[in-house]
Design a protein around this ligand. Sequence first.
Ligand SMILES: Cc1cc2nc3c(=O)[nH]c(=O)nc-3n(C[C@H](O)[C@H](O)[C@H](O)COP(=O)(O)OP(=O)(O)OC[C@H]3O[C@@H](n4cnc5c(N)ncnc54)[C@H](O)[C@@H]3O)c2cc1C
Length: 401
Amino acid sequence: MSGTLDPYPRDRGKPVTASRYEIVVVGASVAAEALATRLRELGYDRELLVIDRDARMPYERPPLSKLYLTEPDSTEIGVEWDEGTPVTIAEALAVDPEAKTLTLSVAATGSTRVVTYDTLVIATGASPIMLPFAPSGMMQLRTVQDADRLRRAVHAGARVGIIGAGAIGAELATSLRKLGAEVVLLDKADRPLERLLAGHLGNEVTSWLEELGVDCRWEADIRGIEGGPGDWSVTLGDEAEALNFELLLCAVGARPAVDWLASSGLLSEGQLLCNESGQVVAPDTVHENIYGIGDVVTRLLSDDVRVRTESWSAAAEHGVHLAERLMGEGPATPETPYFWTDVAGRKVQVLGVINRDGDASVEFENPARGTVLHKVVGEDATEGWIGVNAQPKIAMLRMSS
Ligand SMILES: Cc1cc2nc3c(=O)[nH]c(=O)nc-3n(C[C@H](O)[C@H](O)[C@H](O)COP(=O)(O)OP(=O)(O)OC[C@H]3O[C@@H](n4cnc5c(N)ncnc54)[C@H](O)[C@@H]3O)c2cc1C
């Protein structure tokens, strides 16, 4: 189907009829879907209230920067949810942890409701960061609406600037080149995928992008952005150079979507901190009936170690593990961290912990297929693998890890 969503039997406009639910889930993406599916598998048969403010949820985000842009007619992004777990389109506005109430604005009725929960699951993901000095009108990519807007705006020969060469920026550069745009990819770091690959393979990834015709500008010192849609000007410091673009995209990262929790008392220094069980840890309190899963969460591994992931697999794992915990199953073993991205026609997979100062070596290579498996071993004994077109090798490592 044409890049649209599968019309599975969900009730988008469902009004919220009950005033009390055992479990309320805010956000209906990967983490929530994994939670709901696993709860049903384990026999949970009561009503779940799952809400999302995005009227087109649930859908998958990873294709939005990849095939959804380049091959919309054959790219399916809709997610099949359990029929008995409809997603209600509603925006969570506030939580009162003492009263155990959630205030929400329900799309179907346009009204504000207060529901009581026994267990609240926060799965509101992340929102793109906009450069503080950027005028309005720069594009970004998090939702299907953003992707549709971009697809409508881009055309062969369009001059596009992308600020941020992380996974989404590099994927966008790839996809927009395939659509015939002239792409300049800028980053203040000295190489692409800097955080994801912890500084490794910078030259390789740069050469793949350049072979594709992407103009890579690393260590870009952006001094100013002026103009608006159709006519942007980006000034770079050192060269006093102005670059002009028809479209300008901001891909500098995302931050947890926690604004709606501002008055809840659940945030610690603006973060939703959760312990290893997923329970929200607010200053001096562990909220035993409020959990966080997915990109929104900052995991507190010890007093001074905090980890936040932005990864499809981690979000799904959080959801599965929470369902098991709620159904009284023992604590599951955490999976090895995993992320994938598609850059310049290569599948890049990252498994484990990639140490910035680690020793990188090639474990396996097949030049005919463009396959390389790199292993990175840190002095602290951490191990990680970076696979380039090495899906079977990474799959075997994931199974054995
Ligand atoms: C373009 C793109 C490409 C990606 N590619 C990859 C990839 O190749 N590999 C990979 O591992 N990961 C990738 N990711 C990351 C991956 O999609 C995320 O890690 C994953 O979606 C996180 O899932 P989540 O359930 O935590 O939250 P999200 O997917 O962020 O969803 C959170 C939901 O909460 C809803 N919400 C927020 N606030 C409220 C509120 N107040 N009330 C009601 N609803 C609310 C939002 O509408 C949203 O639907 C990509 C992300 C993007 C944007």
